[in-house]
Design a protein around this ligand. Structure first.
Ligand SMILES: [Cu+2]
Length: 287
């Protein structure tokens, strides 16, 4: 267990108390349960369950590897399966951070964003039932995304989701647009529960990075360009991986005082430029 849970439980209790004033149907209130599921990264693979029930789910990634990793959940529509997905990426590799476009049946459903070896990050998503794959798109030191090295796992989400299930209250809102981030209030030191919503027209992610005093989030991004080597200047502390337009999710992150950056690495297929190069970065200070 880590120290995020007491706050999360408090947030859930608070959400129930706040909702108690409103005419919430009894069955909706009684379903305000967040299941938890943990995936460990071991080498270039995810270790964890093959299936989870639909609904509000706290997804944790525990990075036991030696490289930066995240969980990008992808929901497969049109009856596509993980096998179809594997066959497609074999013949036509796509990468939201690269120039090749994703097929229309690929839906970006979020997940806990990048975290360094030995640490963990979490995201709460209301999982719809269906076939999913979980993927790591982060590139290795040679610029090869981990998915190409086999970092993909099939996941079945069973049952039905309650789209009106009360979600934990978030103190801070981060909104993604084409192409910038908006934060509705200053972020204070400590563990924060943040709601991330995509108000743009493309899939967007938010990666939260603790920056060295003399570096910018663009210096961090530059370290992932092909041909660069060495450790990127900055410590990713989670966030939310790509979510399609109109979607949202909640993540928690532990902020110590310092200078931080937000960044989206997704690619604009028309402009052939990553979102961060089109303005999708944001820096702020935590006191
Ligand atoms: Cu973006």
């Amino acid at each position: 267990m880590n120290d995020r849970y007491p706050l999360l439980v408090a947030a859930i209790v608070m959400a129930l108390i706040l909702n108690a004033d409103r005419p919430v149907p009894v069955e909706a209130a009684s379903k305000a349960v967040i299941q938890e599921v943990t995936f460990e990264t071991v080498g270039m693979s995810f270790k964890g369950p093959e299936s989870v029930p639909a609904g509000l789910t706290l997804i944790q990634i525990v990075n036991k590897g030696t490289d930066l990793h995240h969980v990008q959940l992808i929901r497969l529509t049109d009856g596509k399966t993980a096998e179809d997905f594997a066959a497609t990426v074999k013949t036509a590799p796509f990468n939201p951070m690269g120039p090749a476009a994703a097929p229309a049946w690929v839906k970006f459903a979020g997940g806990p964003n990048g975290v360094i070896p030995g640490e963990s990050s979490t995201a709460i998503i209301n999982l719809e039932p269906g076939n999913y794959v979980m993927i790591c798109f982060i590139p290795d030191s040679k610029g090869v995304p981990h998915i190409t090295s086999g970092m993909v796992k099939a996941l079945k989400v069973t049952g039905t989701a309650d789209s009106k299930a009360p979600e934990p209250a978030a103190a801070i809102n981060i909104t993604a647009m084409d192409f910038n981030f908006a934060i509705d209030k200053p972020i204070a030191a400590g563990t924060q529960t943040i709601r991330f919503a995509n108000a743009g027209t493309q899939p967007h992610e938010v990666l939260v990075v603790l920056l060295p005093p003399d570096k910018t989030i663009k210096d961090f991004a530059a370290a992932f360009e092909p041909g660069h080597s060495g450790t990127p200047p900055g410590k990713p502390i989670g966030g939310m991986t790509g979510i399609d337009k109109g979607g949202h999710g909640i993540f928690t992150a532990k902020f110590e005082p310092g200078h931080y950056g937000l960044i989206c690495f997704f690619m604009d297929g028309t402009k052939k430029a990553p979102h961060f190069a089109l303005g999708m970065t944001h820096e702020f200070t935590v006191k």
